[in-house]
Write a protein that binds this ligand. Structure first.
Ligand code: CO
Length: 469
């Protein structure tokens, strides 16, 4: 059997790449098991058996390299295309080998075959720059969001800031009010961190009774993850000299909404960054060019874009963006203000709504997990309505306040069932069920929805959004 990816079937390709990627790392893990005196053959047999209902396999079942696939029987059989004849093989010679390829380009763009991989949004004719666009989570893999696919949330459009004249003012309860231009900031020590940003309105549509048939990205794509580079806010605050009476800052953007939020000074000392670069290039206009605040783990709108002013204050400012919006309505009718940290959360991105499984066989369930409180400690997957759970493998290194990729092999028998994932972070927070989340808030609460997402799979292989198994 010649093992090669299907040219047009995402599923088979994905399993192929997984198989290639783990061969080296996988042998190390099997060695470790061997050292414990467990025979290799026994280990393989164990891994081939489902570890939870619905056909979920051990997270290491794919770690055996070619053995499992070449001689596959039963649950672990992965179907690749056989080369049947010499003619088949000749026909398989890529046509691109016969003519020279395209020339260089000044700025690369994705393959023309990837044009469907775009942000999702509904055009807002009355207020074109107000609203959100979402990352197509179900079409991506890994953990870093490409810059052109990072979600957007704008409150009155994207300003065209001039990096040569843009300045950040730090004033208020300080000894020396200071302006920082881009050149000034480049003289300070910089740091680089991989961090997710999630809008607190992400997944809010799932709280209602209506089960909308939208993709994983349309439902949960107000979360993205980048490598951010910039200067620690603490360094600049020290330069300005903060008055001992100060407890908060006000961060204001240079957009037409004057988007502004109060941030506890504690967070500013801890890990706040004035970010200038995103995945190695200057932050894009829609992400706050030329500089944005980055508050790791906090609700996205607080990482104020197009940042131009920080006022050091004694109390919170109670801006329109933290009173009329981004507050959490409780069943009592009262609202919680200043709920900053994004809860522990996960979502299966493949397979997910809109995907179709071509038939019974072995698949890889994969998705993303994150927590504003720290690192993801564990992701469990259930394929039997939550009766039993299997621990997923996590792509390493697992970073705090960053998207974490999980994977689990799955032998789908063709039966109708549901799949779901549940994340736990290293602070011990466990992702709630939908009912658990709803019991915390009134029916009108919209923000901070982090409940478990279920996908239904019918016998035809169609994958649907469902609220209950
Ligand atoms: Co909040």
């Amino acid at each position: 059997m010649v093992r090669r990816p299907h040219s047009c079937q995402t599923w088979a390709s994905m399993i192929y790449y997984w198989d290639q990627a783990i061969e080296v790392g996988g042998m190390k893990r099997i060695d470790r098991v061997r050292n414990q005196g467990v025979p290799d053959v026994a280990v393989q047999e164990d891994f081939g058996e489902p570890v939870a209902g619905g056909g979920l396999l051990h997270r290491r079942a794919f770690l055996r390299g070619g053995v499992a696939f070449a001689g596959a029987t039963g649950a672990l059989a992965v179907t690749a295309r056989d080369a049947r004849s010499a003619a088949d093989i000749a026909q398989g010679t890529p046509i691109t080998m016969h003519t020279p390829g395209a020339p260089f380009s000044k700025y690369g763009v994705p393959s023309s075959h990837e044009r469907q991989v775009v942000r999702a949004f509904t055009p807002n004719d009355r207020r074109p720059g107000t609203g959100a666009s979402r990352t197509p989570l179900q079409m991506l893999n890994g953990t870093i969001t490409p810059n052109g696919l990072h979600f957007e949330r704008h409150h009155n459009g994207i300003p065209d800031t001039n990096p040569n004249t843009h300045q950040l003012l730090i004033h208020g309860l300080v000894e020396r009010p200071l302006f920082f231009g881009l050149e000034d900031l480049h003289r300070y020590p910089m740091e680089t961190h991989i961090r997710f940003i999630e809008c607190s309105g992400n997944s809010g549509g799932q709280r209602g009774e209506e089960v909308s048939q939208r993709t994983a990205g349309e439902l949960h794509g107000l979360v993205s993850c980048s490598e951010w580079t910039g200067v620690r806010l603490a360094v600049l605050l020290e330069e300005a000299g903060v008055d001992p009476s100060a407890k908060w800052i006000l961060a204001e953007g240079a957009d037409a909404a004057g988007m502004s939020r109060s941030v506890p000074l504690e967070k500013c000392w801890e890990d706040a960054v004035i970010a200038l670069y995103q995945n190695g290039e200057a932050i894009r206009p829609e992400q706050g060019h030329p500089m944005r605040l980055l508050l790791p783990g906090y609700e996205g709108n607080m990482s104020v874009k197009w940042l131009h002013r920080i006022e050091v204050t004694e109390t919170a400012t109670y801006t329109k963006d933290e009173t009329s919006k981004y507050s959490d309505l409780l069943p009592s009718g009262k609202s919680l203000l200043f709920t900053f940290t994004q809860g522990v959360k996960s979502v299966i991105t493949q397979p997910s709504q809109g995907h179709k499984l071509p038939g019974a066989g072995t698949y890889q369930i994969t998705g993303l997990a994150w927590s504003g409180a720290g690192r993801v400690r564990e992701v469990e997957v259930s394929a039997d309505g939550g009766t039993s759970w299997a621990e997923a493998a996590l792509d390493g290194p697992v970073l705090p306040m960053a998207l974490t990729r999980f994977r689990l092999p799955w032998a789908w028998t063709g039966d109708r069932l549901s799949i779901q994932s549940r994340a736990t972070d290293d602070a011990g927070n466990v992702q709630p069920t939908r009912d658990e989340w709803l019991s915390l808030y009134g029916p009108s609460q919209f923000y901070h929805y982090n409940a478990i997402q279920l996908w239904g799979v019918n016998s035809g292989g169609d994958v649907w959004n469902i609220h209950y198994a």
